[in-house]
Ligand binder design. Structure first.
Ligand SMILES: NC(=O)c1ccc[n+]([C@@H]2O[C@H](COP(=O)([O-])OP(=O)(O)OC[C@H]3O[C@@H](n4cnc5c(N)ncnc54)[C@H](OP(=O)(O)O)[C@@H]3O)[C@@H](O)[C@H]2O)c1
Length: 291
């Protein structure tokens, strides 16, 4: 997988990458509308040495045939990162779409319920079976239970040692809970997936993850009224972009992983078409100010 796109090889949490699409070079300043989607290929470096694409496709609430069709549409457009979870009950449907492409081309995340510690490795084996793969790129504890969940974390680390996942991380954890896991086991989560958007921007949380070398992955970026906020819509109108594209682009410029979900093929494509423009520093600051 090392060849997927520009891995920096720096400490984990570092970001590197490039833009694909017309020209293939990183644009500056002025916005240029492209006829074909210009999908960014920006990565965060993980402790395993593998790269985590900053743009992924979320699959929560996609079920059955719809999950297969939407995931296939995302892969066709150029997403190379898919986010699922045991509780989404769609791993087999997502796996049906993944079966159509080379396993090494895609970064797959799944999650184990935080209260599933008794049989976590069995849960992962079931996930792998449904997804049709011998390993995932990232396995997360979906939410903390029983404090930080040290016992469960030890099972994630064991799965990594067995080659069932390349990296391990958490979701919905506080920085204090992350520190607790590291203190108890010596293993720092590679990633923390938490709710994040301009309306939830928290400089201290972002800096806390960066200082630790934990990749911050945001979810529900498009929910909670962010798409309709006048600051977001104003920037979008001025740049000739959609509000969703502005929000997704804002994550990428902060080096934050973003995983928009959509069932609609046009939205799936346009949400990925964020490599052909750049937010000015003033716009990033204005969006930060919404938090
Ligand atoms: N770890 C956790 O606890 C956790 C919690 C929640 C989510 N997640 C992950 O994060 C992913 C993303 O979060 P999410 O699914 O809650 O929300 P999201 O991706 O922020 O937003 C999805 C919603 O926005 C709509 N949408 C998508 N693109 C749009 C566009 N361009 N314009 C207008 N509306 C658009 C979708 O509708 P249509 O489908 O109709 O387009 C859907 O209603 C999830 O799918 C899941 O993988 C993780």
């Amino acid at each position: 997988m090392a060849s997927r796109s520009g891995v920096s090889g720096s400490r984990s949490g570092g970001v590197s990458g490039s833009w694909s699409g017309v020209g293939g070079s990183r644009p500056t300043g002025q916005v240029t509308r492209m006829s074909a989607p210009t999908v960014p290929h920006l990565d965060a470096a993980l402790p395993s040495g593998h790269a985590m694409p900053l743009l992924g496709f979320g699959t929560w609430q996609l079920k059955g045939e719809q999950a297969t069709t939407a995931t296939a549409a995302a892969l066709a457009v150029g997403y190379v990162h898919i986010d699922t979870a045991t509780v989404y009950d769609n791993e087999a449907a997502v796996g049906a779409a993944l079966a159509q492409i080379d396993r090494e081309r895609v970064f797959i995340t799944t999650k184990v319920p935080g209260d599933g510690r008794a049989n976590a490795l069995e849960t992962l084996r079931e996930s792998l079976d449904k997804l049709g793969t011998s390993y995932v790129d990232l396995w997360l504890i979906h939410w903390p239970a029983d404090g930080a969940g040290v016992e469960l974390w030890q099972q994630l680390v064991a799965a990594r040692e067995q080659g069932l996942t390349r990296d391990v991380g958490v979701s919905n954890y506080s920085l204090a809970q992350i520190d607790e896991l590291e203190a108890a086991t010596g293993v720092l989560p590679a990633v923390n997936q938490i709710e994040w958007s301009p309306l939830l921007f928290d400089r201290a949380a972002l800096d806390g993850h960066t200082e630790r070398g934990v990749v911050l992955e945001g979810y529900s970026a498009l929910r909670g009224g962010t798409l309709e906020h006048p600051v977001v819509t104003g920037i979008a109108e001025r740049l000739g972009r959609t509000p969703a594209q502005v929000i997704i682009r804002w994550h990428l410029q902060h080096g934050i992983v973003v995983i928009p979900k959509s069932v609609d093929p046009q939205r799936i494509a346009s949400n990925a078409d964020v490599g052909g423009f750049e937010l000015a520093a003033d716009d990033v600051t204005a969006l930060d100010g919404l938090g």
